[in-house]
Design a protein around this ligand. Structure first.
Ligand SMILES: NC(=O)c1ccc[n+]([C@@H]2O[C@H](COP(=O)([O-])OP(=O)(O)OC[C@H]3O[C@@H](n4cnc5c(N)ncnc54)[C@H](O)[C@@H]3O)[C@@H](O)[C@H]2O)c1
Length: 253
């Protein structure tokens, strides 16, 4: 029997990178999982089903409240009321490193729309359900770039700082209703997209990242699964408002 038997989880950004890996681990522990993304999640769905997991996908842009409402409705009709939300969708590997003068106001706004307001919209949509149940687990994806700073991505780094702030505020608001809100903060995770990234995928960046770690090796999506599963399980019921850093001991606090 898995740790998340009877759990129902929504994972945003389920089409590529960390999202599908996270969803696969949730499903392997018995959770029924809804993948939500602007991109098709067919490959992730197939992988999880082949492993015996229960999964469905719904095309969702997290910046459109109507689509987010449809995502939650799809979950309720397919599996039941969600008790886990993984706010993972973001503009992350899609961003190029640029000097501040080269970042348009539109790009800044879009990053905040997806990375911050998207988290707000999804959380807002599941809150009435979790509040009614008196129980819920929300995990927001932060980033080590906020803890350590990173040149060339001021909008992204600021958006991840906002996610930490939102995590803390919502933990205070929703804790009395049994809803735990935490943040997982990865280091550079070598997804397929990061490997192909013009800056992140270079040998220089990769070896600098590895050299800065207490555990000096590449970080892969699977490295995050233990922390996320823990924060979704009953084992973490007295933990909320926290940022759990999963980066091989790069940022120490
Ligand atoms: N990979 C890393 O090195 C790393 C490091 C620190 C934090 N993170 C965070 O972890 C999370 C996942 O990272 P990743 O590397 O897998 O990202 P990624 O860029 O590979 O994938 C992001 C996913 O979000 C989806 N998405 C983008 N905009 C969306 C929208 N408006 N609505 C719905 N879905 C949307 C994309 O289609 C994509 O499937 C992100 O929150 C990211 O900021 C990643």
């Amino acid at each position: 029997m898995g740790k998340l038997e009877n759990a129902i989880a929504i994972v945003t950004g389920g089409a590529q990178g960390i999202g599908p890996e996270t969803a696969a681990h949730l499903a392997a522990e018995g959770a029924r999982v809804v993948l939500a993304d602007i991109a098709p999640c067919d490959a992730a769905v197939e992988t999880i089903r082949r492993a015996g997991g229960q999964v469905t996908a719904v095309r969702t842009d997290v910046t459109y409240p109507a689509q987010v409402a449809a995502m939650v409705d799809h979950c309720c009709r397919t599996f039941g009321d969600p008790d886990i939300l993984i706010n993972n969708a973001a503009l992350a590997s899609a961003l190029d490193f640029k000097p501040i003068e080269a970042i348009s106001s539109e790009e800044w706004t879009r990053v905040f729309d997806v990375n911050v307001r998207g988290v707000f919209e999804c959380t807002k949509a599941v809150t009435p359900i979790m509040r009614r149940a008196g129980y819920g687990k929300i995990v927001n994806m932060g980033s080590g770039t906020f803890l350590k700073g990173m040149a060339g991505l001021p909008h992204y780094v600021a958006s991840k700082g906002a996610v930490v702030g939102m995590t803390r505020s919502l933990a205070r608001e929703l804790g009395p209703h049994g809803i735990r809100v935490n943040c997982v903060s990865p280091g550079l995770v070598m997804t397929e997209q990061m490997r192909d990234h013009a800056t992140m995928g270079t040998d220089a960046v990769m070896s600098a990242q590895i050299d800065g770690r207490s555990i000096p090796r590449e970080q892969v999506p699977e490295d995050l699964a233990g922390a996320i599963l823990f924060l979704c399980s009953r084992s973490s019921d007295f933990i909320t408002g926290q940022t759990l850093v999963v980066d091989g001991g790069s940022f120490l606090h």
